[in-house]
Design a protein around this ligand. Structure first.
Ligand code: HEC
Length: 255
């Protein structure tokens, strides 16, 4: 009985841990490693908007190009900006770590394993969670990463996002509902107040692609494993039929 109780306890712990993490992560996304167009767009956005600061030390341009079906000449022409980097190199950055730390107050970490460290829901929510905050040195803060040192590099695409007050059905702590409408006033609703180059839905799709790309980078072999899975199942099925026929043959005379 004691053992069973202990087992139950271990079964519950991860659930409560996930519940605690979920509270601060408002959005979720399901990576789709089969969606090559999304992964290609994610890589393009990453190289253009993130690689100035964040390396992908454990990923080579060549491997990514091969996995995502991007020809070598297109990668060399459009995705490798530094003359120090070649097609077979890892996705390093030119910026010195010490310099970066003094400029931003915190060094931009390598993001190869970020999707495995934080999870894709967190990254997706983080990239959607920047809002204007003039009290911060970068002019922005973030709903899932308070006092973040990273500027909102996607602002030209997203526009300026601000926390605004709006009515909500969700109870707000320390507030009683409006007697007429039964609604609460919440002042942490994110709203784009100055449009960027993209519509909000379009921007969410771009952030999805970026996060999808980081999910791929965290586990590149998953893409191959998923491609192999149907072949393995077909093999097991065919082998099963042969094994069954063989069994019938062996047992035919034993009755
Ligand atoms: C101008 C430099 C710069 C650029 C460009 C930049 N970042 Fe950052 N990023 C930072 C810094 C600095 C931090 C560290 C923030 C901190 O610790 O407060 C950070 C942190 C992060 C983190 C959180 C890391 C962690 O787990 O603590 C993620 C995720 C991230 N960046 C993703 C991105 C993505 C995706 C892009 C491209 C759209 C990008 N960043 C572009 C500077 C940058």
């Amino acid at each position: 009985m004691k053992k069973q109780l202990l087992a139950l306890l271990f079964a519950i712990v991860p659930v409560t841990a996930m519940a605690a993490g979920g509270a601060s992560v408002p959005h979720s996304m399901e990576p789709d490693l089969q969606d090559q167009a999304s992964l290609q767009n994610g890589m393009k956005l990453y190289v253009n908007y993130c690689m100035g600061c964040h390396s992908l030390e454990h990923q080579r341009f060549a491997r990514a190009a091969d996995d995502l079906g991007i020809p070598q000449d297109l990668v060399e022409e459009n995705l490798i900006f530094s003359s120090d980097l070649a097609f077979n190199d890892q996705m390093h950055i030119a910026m010195d770590r010490g310099d970066a730390e003094s400029w931003f107050g915190a060094p931009p970490p390598d993001l190869t394993l970020e999707a495995r460290l934080r999870g894709t829901d967190w990254i997706y929510s983080y990239l959607l969670g920047f809002y204007k905050d003039p009290s911060r040195p970068t002019g922005v803060n973030n709903t899932v990463f308070d006092l973040v040192a990273m500027p909102n590099v996607l602002e030209p695409l997203q526009g300026v996002q601000e926390l605004v007050c709006a009515e909500t059905d969700q109870p707000v702590a320390g507030q009683s509902p409006d007697p007429l409408s039964g609604k609460y006033q919440s002042c942490d609703v994110l709203q784009v107040t100055q449009p960027g180059a993209m519509e909000p839905a379009e921007f969410e799709e771009a952030v999805y692609d970026l996060t999808n790309f980081l999910a791929y980078v965290g586990e590149p072999s998953k893409l191959q494993a998923q491609a192999l899975a149907p072949k393995v199942l077909i093999f097991i099925f065919i082998f099963g039929v042969i094994a069954y026929l063989l069994k019938r043959e062996y047992w035919r005379d034993v009755h």
